[in-house]
Design a protein around this ligand. Structure first.
Ligand code: TYM
Length: 338
């Protein structure tokens, strides 16, 4: 068969522009998106609707949404080869999100770790959206009939719920949705905070968080101060249980240099943390430098970014509309005559 006619498998993922992109987002997600072979049909978006579950400064949200697009492109996502768009520009997400709410159980939503974490952190604003968030995420994925969802470890639970919702819906109405699979990297799927290696790196903990747009001096400082461990051994060995700080730095170093854990242990054998920490910092600085420079250049080019997200939303809407129409028909909504 002609290669052109073979339908490509679909990859889809998104990141909330609720803060600037950090090293966890990069190593756990975007880096892998950019490395995916070209035989996939790829959709990547800014999950701006999802950010509304926590109060946002409107001006900042707008700035971060387009800055995130610039960072996606700077990380290697070519807009000619990937469909890049803003979630809110494709209204089918909100529409299918509502429908899937009606096929998602209270008990399932109550078990979601992210809901438990966020509701504990934002006790003054435990809103309905925070609770039903996974149904919108399921809509994001199922609208595009995605085969794979490349995410970090923390999103596995939401991806599994998406599968359950898809299977439930298909059992009720016949084949409607592709049942997707999470696609989680072997290294980098759970990057921990530099200041507290017991919790994952997150924008809500700026001290231990490395941002893609941090300047080299800032990066060097953060890595120099990274918490290692208090044992007397002080050697570079991958032991997440007893040396979580060191294990996290080894993981970061491995992810940016492509070296195996064994090679890294050999490289720093007998050298101690005083040599190891700055070396990790330096490797991260060199990885992020071209990304930051390219993103800064693009953030200034508003017309270009607007063109990219306009084209992206048009392509995405075309696919999303097809699935939504199928869903409306299956569940018994009267077809729109205009
Ligand atoms: P979000 O915005 O919290 O994170 C975006 C991506 O970054 C990964 N990630 C990490 N990976 C490794 N180490 C870390 N410390 C780390 N922190 C974050 C996440 O696993 C994720 O892949 N609900 C999603 C956004 C979303 C989505 C979707 C994703 C909305 N709709 C549809 C996939 C498909 C979220 O809050 O990710």
């Amino acid at each position: 068969m002609d290669n052109e006619n073979v339908k490509k498998k679909v990859m889809l993922s998104g990141i909330q522009p609720s803060g600037d992109l950090h090293l966890g987002n990069y190593l756990g997600a975007v880096k892998n998106w950019a490395e995916l072979p070209e035989q996939f049909d790829c959709f990547y978006f800014m999950a701006d609707l999802h950010t509304l579950t926590v109060r946002q400064d409107p001006k900042e949200l707008r700035r971060r949404s387009t800055a995130q697009l610039a960072q996606y492109i700077a990380c290697g996502l070519d807009p000619e080869k990937n469909t890049l768009f803003l979630q809110s520009h494709v209204h089918e997400h909100a529409e299918l999100g509502w429908i899937l709410n009606c096929y998602t159980m209270f008990g399932e939503l109550s078990r979601m770790t992210q809901f438990k974490d966020k509701s504990a952190r934002h006790t003054d604003n435990i809103n309905g959206g925070l609770f039903t968030y996974p149904a919108l995420m399921a809509a994001d994925i199922l609208l595009y009939q995605a085969d794979f969802v490349p995410v970090g470890e923390d999103q596995k639970q939401h991806c599994e719920l998406t599968r359950d919702i898809a299977i439930r819906f298909n059992n009720l109405y016949g084949e409607t949705f592709k049942v997707p699979e999470p696609y989680i990297p072997k290294v980098g799927a759970r990057i921990m905070s530099l200041s507290n290696p017991a919790s994952k790196m997150s924008k809500s903990d700026p001290l231990g968080c490395v941002f893609l747009m941090d300047k080299p001096e800032e990066l060097a400082r953060k890595f120099k101060r990274a918490v290692t461990d208090s044992d007397t051994e002080r050697c570079v060995r991958f032991d997440p249980e007893n040396k979580p700080g060191v294990a996290n730095l080894i993981q970061i170093y491995s992810s940016v240099t492509g070296r195996s854990f064994d090679e890294i242990e050999a490289e720093f054998d007998g050298k101690g943390y005083g040599v190891f920490k700055p070396a990790v910092g330096e490797a991260v600085i060199e990885t992020l430098r071209p990304i930051r420079e390219e993103a800064e250049r693009m953030i200034a080019d508003k017309a270009y970014l607007q063109q990219v997200y306009t084209d992206g939303a048009q392509k995405a809407s075309f696919v999303a509309r097809k699935t939504l129409r199928k869903v409306y028909k299956k569940i018994g909504l009267v077809e729109k005559p205009f």
